[in-house]
Design a protein around this ligand. Structure first.
Ligand code: UD1
Ligand code: CA
Length: 458
């Protein structure tokens, strides 16, 4: 494709009232610029240029893993036309069929399919604008057409006369422009307007005056796709639109959502059949839910895989873990990175696990910390058990065999191994390995003093 893409992202976004540059604010767990880039990358362009100015370094660092991106610096924000000009030296304008697609870093939710359609309509001598018909055109550039309906110019709100202000077809800002022409037009832009800026939109009148050139408009019907973000209210509004769309996709795929308006997907989610999700669940990063998985209310899951028929109960937090088939986790469990729960395990309330493999059918039903451990099958970890994995400097491992019973309120001081079929008496502090088939008792012996009298007040 003879296409270069220029993404404008130099503005500070003063109305966001924030030190974070506007385009790094997030929607659905990814920055606005990240969303724009995702759509842009699918277009198979020759190069993607990003024009940065405010907090340029911070933005570049954020996207430093993509070595293909072309960065252009606009030191002073002198207008959208001036911004595009900064990218021109890196665009090969020698080929007449080369076109430039202009996108805004703060218009995050434009679909790839919309952009593709727009690009397909623009040819060597056609400038194509994405426009929107709206009841509320205030603040936006108006599309001016002549009596025969041909586009003759775009007029900014601040420069528009009363008649033009009534026009309800607006410029979304997204347009495709023949590159050679664009270069010529940009070089003759002036800033004699209400804002003293070099407007990109002024090239439209130049195209209209150019006999070789035609102008086309593609009218979009979904306002959210071209909604820009200037303040936190718009950011929050667009976030809800985005989430509603994600929820609709899940419903379509057959997921049962107790309330589609109370779910947040901040990344990618894959779902099997007959998944049920209760209210206020948050999914971050990449999450996979197997067939028949049930997610309770107020559950947060990040970068994890939940096996078939697992049941994740209320208030549970799972991060970087693998939950086996038929496992039950929570309510109020905290499953931290490196946890692998095998089939039919049970992790109950106020249990924390980290870097722990827990074997088939094993249980820790209440109040325990299991860290840096390998636990066998059919093990019972009693309430209040703590795996002391940290000596203040280094982490150590606890290894537990199959069919082990750890009595309540035990402390397992790592490194330590409990072999198969061991039984740990409640309240034990275990700091030596326990051989197979044995009982370990490691607690003060009980003494009963009979006939003992309580002290009396003097
Ligand atoms: C622009 C359009 C207007 C359109 C509207 C849609 C112009 C002159 N006007 O107006 O017709 O209806 O978008 O939202 O193009 N930017 C830079 N450098 C600059 C100025 C802006 O990189 O010097 C970037 C901003 O960061 C932003 C985008 O360009 O991402 C748009 O700039 P903004 O100032 O919001 O343009 P509008 O006045 O809204
Ligand atoms: Ca704007």
């Amino acid at each position: 494709m003879n296409l270069d893409i220029v993404i404008l992202a130099a503005g500070r976004g003063t109305r966001m009232n924030s030190n974070i540059p506007k385009v790094l604010h997030q929607i659905g767990g990814d920055s606005m610029l990240g969303h724009v880039l995702n759509a842009a990358r699918k277009l198979e362009s020759e190069k993607i240029h990003i024009v940065v100015g405010y907090a340029a370094q911070q933005i570049k660092t954020e996207f430093s893993s993509d070595k293909e991106l072309q960065w252009a610096l606009q030191e002073e924000q002198l207008g959208t036309g001036h911004a595009v000009m900064q990218a021109m030296p890196n665009i090969d304008i020698s080929k007449p069929e080369k076109r430039v697609l202009v996108l805004y870093g703060d218009v995050p939710l434009t679909n790839f399919s919309t952009l593709r359609k727009l690009v397909q309509q623009a040819s060597e001598n056609t400038l194509c604008i994405l426009t929107l018909l709206t009841e509320n055109p205030k603040g936006l550039g108006r599309i001016v057409r002549d009596d025969s309906g041909e586009i003759t110019a775009i007029v900014e709100e601040k420069d528009a006369n009363d008649e033009q202000k009534k026009i309800n077809e607006i410029n979304t800002g997204i347009m495709v422009i023949p590159a050679t022409k664009l270069n010529t037009w940009l070089n003759s832009l002036g800033n004699n307007n209400a804002q003293g800026e070099y407007y990109l939109t002024d090239v439209v009148a130049m195209a209209a005056a150019d006999d070789e050139c035609t102008i086309c408009a593609m009218v979009i019907d979904d306002e959210n796709e071209v909604q820009g973000v200037n303040d936190k209210a718009q950011l929050a509004g667009l976030e809800r639109q985005y989430q509603m769309k994600k929820a609709e996709q899940l419903l379509e795929a057959g997921v049962l959502l107790r309330d589609p308006s109370r779910i947040d997907i901040r990344g990618e989610i894959e779902t099997g059949s007959d998944v049920e999700i209760d209210i206020n669940a948050i999914f971050e990063g990449h999450v996979t839910l197997g067939n028949g998985v049930k997610i309770g209310p107020n559950v947060v899951i990040k970068d994890s895989k939940i096996g078939d028929n697992a049941n994740i109960l209320q208030g549970t937090n799972i991060d970087g873990a693998e939950i086996g088939e038929g496992a039950s986790v929570g309510p109020y469990a905290r499953i931290r990175p490196g946890t692998i729960l095998k089939e039919n395990t049970k992790i109950g309330n106020f249990v924390e696990t980290k870097n722990a493999i827990i074997g088939k059918g094993s249980k820790a039903s209440h109040l325990a910390y299991i860290g840096d451990a390998v636990v066998g099958e059919n093990v019972n970890i009693g309430a209040g058990t703590i795996f002391c994995n940290y000596d203040g400097v280094n982490k150590h491992k606890t290894i537990i065999g199959d069919n082990v019973f750890v009595g309540s309120n035990s402390v397992l001081v790592a490194p330590v191994t409990l072999a198969d079929n061991t039984f740990i008496a409640a309240g034990s502090s275990i700091n030596c390995d326990v051989p197979a088939d044995s009982l370990a008792v490691a607690r003060g012996k009980q003494r009963n003093i009979t006939g003992w009298k309580r002290p009396t007040k003097k």
